[in-house]
Write a protein that binds this ligand. Structure first.
Ligand SMILES: [Cu+2]
Length: 69
């Protein structure tokens, strides 16, 4: 199990939280996803055998929340 925290600067409200948590949460291999609105961070626990970080970032980007590098 891997754990990571991504920064998505476009997260600004509860709608963003629910949209991004919903999108990432649907991915197979994602065990936990938690958005913190004030810090615009997405904390994710995932199984790297089932899903890659690149895939998670792609889904967030598709949902409208591009990850800051
Ligand atoms: Cu929002």
């Amino acid at each position: 199990m891997e754990s990571t925290t991504l920064v998505a600067p476009d997260i600004s409200c509860e709608h963003c939280q629910h949209a991004s948590e919903g999108a990432v949460g649907q991915l197979k291999g994602v065990r936990m996803v938690k958005v913190d609105i004030p810090t615009k961070t997405v904390h994710i626990d995932y199984d790297p055998q089932q899903v890659t970080l690149a895939k998670i970032e792609e889904v967030l980007d598709d949902t409208g929340y591009t990850i800051a590098k």
